[in-house]
Write a protein that binds this ligand. Structure first.
Ligand SMILES: Nc1nc2c(ncn2[C@@H]2O[C@H](COP(=O)(O)OP(=O)(O)OP(=O)(O)O)[C@@H](O)[C@H]2O)c(=O)[nH]1
Length: 229
């Protein structure tokens, strides 16, 4: 089944090279574009829905068509920020559509499914796409999703090792239970605010340490038993 988005290219989502004078900043002190990428079925849409509406889409898997987005307003250190989160289709045939959006993303959440070996193996290919299409200074976080499931194949150590190798931040999440979902988005938002503040003030001062922030705040709880997969 396929998730039927309003359009393959919603106008409000067109990459900036196709938009003229989009100066509508509303009342926000900051607006950030965050993009979800990864193989089809790893849980990108569910992660976004969990963050936006605090619910879980447990019914039949409906693949995203093209690209979709949701806005969420968050307050961080008294700053009201709009997060525009783009949910991309993981299916190969939509790859050329999503490539056009990489350049505008300030942060990328790259997901794999801890119960799916090939989604983990494909992380390297996703990272090379990022290098090819995204801005060099894009904030990247690798997420091992579906940790609520009992049939995990990829250990946390494997995820950590891969993230370290590619010098990206790492977390394990569950869109089903909500474990670490809010933290993943908020940590990335904090990193972007800190980056923006350093840029505007032209400071070389203290940098926000994303990895350290995650380690301090993440839920290590093991979800078990009464939660079906
Ligand atoms: N148990 C469990 N199932 C999940 C989790 N996240 C997603 N799922 C299930 O995995 C399937 C795929 O989830 P989606 O969010 O639609 O996957 P996607 O990555 O957006 O897929 P594409 O749109 O094709 O790229 C659905 O049946 C979800 O219910 C999770 O954290 N735990």
């Amino acid at each position: 089944m396929q998730r039927n988005n309003q359009s393959l290219f919603p106008t409000s989502l067109l990459p900036s090279q196709f938009i003229s004078n989009n100066n509508n900043q509303d009342d926000f002190e900051c607006t950030f574009k965050i993009m979800l990428i990864g193989d089809s079925g790893v849980g990108k849409t569910c992660l976004l829905v969990r963050f936006k509406d605090d619910t879980f889409l447990s019914c039949n898997f409906i693949a995203t068509v093209g690209i979709d987005f949701k806005n969420k307003i968050v307050t961080i250190d008294n700053k009201k920020c709009k997060l525009q989160i783009w949910d991309t289709a993981g299916q190969e045939r939509f790859r050329s559509v999503t490539h056009a959006y990489y350049r505008d993303a300030q942060a990328l959440l790259l997901l794999y499914d801890v119960t799916n070996q090939s989604s983990f193996d494909n992380v390297r290919a996703w990272l090379s796409e990022i290098r090819q299409y995204a801005e060099e200074d894009v904030v990247i976080m690798l997420l091992g999703n579906k940790v609520d499931k009992a049939n995990r194949i990829i250990t946390k150590e494997q995820g950590e090792k891969l993230a370290k190798q590619f010098e990206v931040s790492f977390m394990e999440t569950s869109a089903k239970t909500g474990q670490n979902v809010e933290l993943a988005f908020m940590a990335v938002a904090r990193a972007l605010i800190s980056k923006q503040m350093n840029m505007t003030a032209n400071q070389n001062g203290s940098k926000f340490n994303l990895t350290e922030y995650i380690e301090t705040n993440s839920e290590q709880k093991t979800w078990c038993c009464n939660i079906g997969s």
